[in-house]
Structures are given as structure tokens and as C-alpha cells.
Design a protein around this ligand. Structure first.
Ligand code: SAH
Length: 343
């Protein structure tokens, strides 16, 4: 297998170590970050303040190549990008224009092993983890395309980010670095289906990044059916872990709850959900399900979503309904890749 080593995979700390390891100066890391992430050079030859031999050494080991954009679908306020990776695999990123800024949803793996029943991405098993640089370049490439800065990042594209934890953390470091892409940690959110050991590790990460949990069911019975990961990390272990996370980090959690018609959207589901999250500093984001041709679940109608919302609200649970993006352009997670690869 070809392995591409890319210059976009280094956190500044690791780059400093690299420069030292080749007998060069640590401060070059900061200079190189400036070239890559502020000036956004395309070629090493543009670098003027690092010795030629050092640049030659780096360029012989680390690629500065971009990712290949193979398709862009543009709707009014949502752009969907399909990227081809060095090994011919495909991933997606989605850009959404909000009134508060531009947010990008990035992928973390090629495929996914979590097997959630309603999710298009999981229909094809994980092929591999994304390298750090492949996550970083999703942002750089989209910023270049729109000629403007992205203010918010959510790791909610294809893949389970906590199943690719180490690369994810380096990605956070690069995009959060004030001398790097400089996206504030409070503007970064990672979403997980609930891998407990990684949530614990994440609670020790000294960065104020937001955590979202894909909940989607108010009890183990239903969550077992929808999300196989629940059999490994069931709600009776996950919820105490999240309480501990909130206590330790003092951060508010987000619960994502997809509204699936006649599956998890009844009044009693809402009431059970209230009991489940009671006492946790959180808000619940109700997500109208994005129907896909390959999967049978239907979306709950708006009236029923409002009913569900009202029950949570009445019980003093912070709740929002996710604004819908991209339905017309197959923006549901994994759809564009599925079309491309006909899986
Ligand atoms: N694996 C991670 C992140 C990727 S999925 C996780 O499970 O959180 C990002 C979010 O999109 C999850 O909440 C997921 O359940 C949700 N999702 C998947 N398919 C969807 C669909 N068709 N419509 C709406 N949301 C979907």
C-alpha cells in the first residue's frame, strides 16, 4: 500500500520535534505554519526564510499536495464536496452557510464500522482511518474554493471520530492553533456514537472542544436495535460516563436525536428521554431524519416533531430543532459517496 506522508499532518509541536530531529531549528515550525496556514502556499519553492537544504529534505519526505475535489454540488446555502484520496477512496465534506458564520462538516474515516441502522455511511464498512492531513485538507480546500474563512467545524461526516482518536486530536491541534488555521475550540464540535473509553480520554484533553453524543433512543432496547454500539457501551454505562464528563470539564453536552417516524418519536419516547437526561447540563438537538433511498426509515412529520419538542420544553430540557440543509443534494451523511461508488 502506498502511504502518503503529508506536511499537513503535523501539529506545531510535532513539527518542532521534526525540525530538531533533522538537525535544524525548532523555530522553523512556526515559520512553516505561517507559510502553510496563513499564506497558504502551494509549493515549497515559495518559502524564503528556511534554508534550501532543509526545504529539500522536508519536500523529499512530506508531500504538500492538495486533495482532489471530484465533485461539488451547490445549493443556495450548502455546498457539498466529494474528495478523492490518494488510494482512490472517496470522502465528503459539507459546507453550510449560517447567519453566524460558515460551518464545515468533515469526515473522519473512509466508511464506518459502527453499523447504525439508519445511517448511509455505515452501509460500507470502514476501509481505513483518515490521516490527520486528510481532515485538515478538507478545510483548506473548501476555504480555497469559497475564498473565505470557515468559522465552525463539526466532525460529523463519514466515520466515527473516536475510532480514529489520535489523528483526530492532531487535527484539532492544527485547526485550533492560533498560528495555524485558528478556529476557536468553542467553534469545534466532535460527535460520537458513544465510545466510553474515548469519551474519558477526551475529558482529559486540555481543549475546550464541544462534545455531541448521538443518542437517538431513550432506552437500551431501542438503542440496541438502532445502534449496535449500544450493546458494547449501553446507556446505563454511557449516561454516568457523560455525567462524569460534564462534572470534570464543566462543559455543556449536546445530544443528537434523529426523529424517525413511528420508531422513536412518540410521546412516551419524549417522556422517557426527559427522565434519561434529567440533571445533565445538556441540550437536545432534534434532527429531522434525512431519508435515503437505500434505507427504509421515514422522517417524522413536522407536527409530531413540534409535539416532541414541546414535551421536552415543558419539562425544562434545553431543546433545539436542527435547521435542515442540503436535502436536495444528497447531503445526508455518506450519500454522495454512495452514489459515486454505487454501494
Ligand atoms: N459517528 C459519529 C459522527 C458521524 S454521524 C456519530 O455517530 O455521532 C453524524 C450524525 O449524523 C450522527 O448523529 C448520526 O446519527 C447522524 N445521521 C446519520 N445518518 C443520518 C440521516 N440520514 N439523517 C440525519 N442524521 C443522520
Amino acid at each position: 500500500m502506498i502511504i502518503v506522508k503529508s506536511i499537513y499532518g503535523f501539529s506545531r509541536e510535532k513539527l518542532e520535534k521534526y525540525f530538531l530531529s533533522i538537525g535544524s531549528k525548532k523555530y522553523h515550525a512556526l515559520q512553516l505554519f505561517d507559510w502553510l496556514y496563513v499564506k497558504r502556499i502551494k509549493d515549497y519553492s515559495e518559502i524564503t526564510n528556511i534554508k534550501k537544504e532543509v526545504i529539500e529534505k522536508i519536500s523529499s519526505e512530506y508531500s504538500i499536495s492538495p486533495l482532489k475535489i471530484v465533485e461539488v454540488q451547490r445549493d443556495k446555502d450548502v455546498y457539498k464536496y466529494l474528495f478523492e484520496l490518494y488510494d482512490g477512496e472517496h470522502i465528503e465534506a459539507v459546507l453550510m452557510m449560517h447567519d453566524y458564520g460558515k460551518s464545515i462538516c468533515v469526515s473522519s474515516q473512509v466508511g464506518c464500522n459502527m453499523g447504525c441502522k439508519f445511517c448511509e455511511s455505515g452501509r460500507r464498512k470502514k476501509v481505513r482511518n483518515l490521516e490527520t492531513y486528510e481532515m485538515v485538507l478538507q478545510i483548506l480546500m473548501v476555504e480555497e474554493d469559497i475564498k473565505s474563512r470557515i468559522s465552525h467545524v463539526v466532525v460529523m461526516g463519514i466515520g466515527e471520530p473516536f475510532d480514529n482518536y489520535d489523528n483526530l486530536v492532531d487535527f484539532f491541534k492544527i485547526i485550533n492553533d492560533q498560528k495555524g488555521i485558528n478556529i476557536g475550540s468553542r467553534h469545534i464540535t466532535v460527535s460520537t456514537c458513544g465510545i466510553i473509553p474515548k469519551i474519558e480520554e477526551f475529558s482529559n484533553l486540555d481543549m475546550q472542544i464541544n462534545l455531541a453524543i448521538s443518542l437517538h433512543a431513550p432506552n437500551n432496547k431501542l438503542r440496541d436495535e438502532l445502534m449496535p454500539i449500544n450493546k458494547v457501551y449501553p446507556l446505563d454505562k454511557l449516561i454516568p460516563c457523560l455525567k462524569e464528563y460534564v462534572k470534570k470539564t464543566n462543559r455543556r453536552l449536546t445530544f443528537e436525536y434523529i426523529m424517525l417516524k413511528d420508531i422513536n418519536d412518540r410521546e412516551e419516547d419524549a417522556k422517557e428521554l426527559v427522565k434519561l437526561v434529567r440533571g445533565i447540563n445538556c441540550y437536545i438537538n432534534l434532527i429531522p431524519y434525512n431519508e435515503t433511498n437505500n434505507i427504509g426509515y421515514k422522517r417524522t412529520n413536522t407536527v409530531q416533531i413540534m409535539r416532541f419538542y414541546d414535551i421536552l420544553k415543558k419539562n425544562n430540557i434545553n431543546v433545539t430543532i436542527r435547521r435542515e440543509f442540503g436535502g436536495n443534494i444528497s447531503a445526508a451523511c455518506g450519500q454522495l459517496r454512495s452514489k459515486k461508488e454505487e454501494v
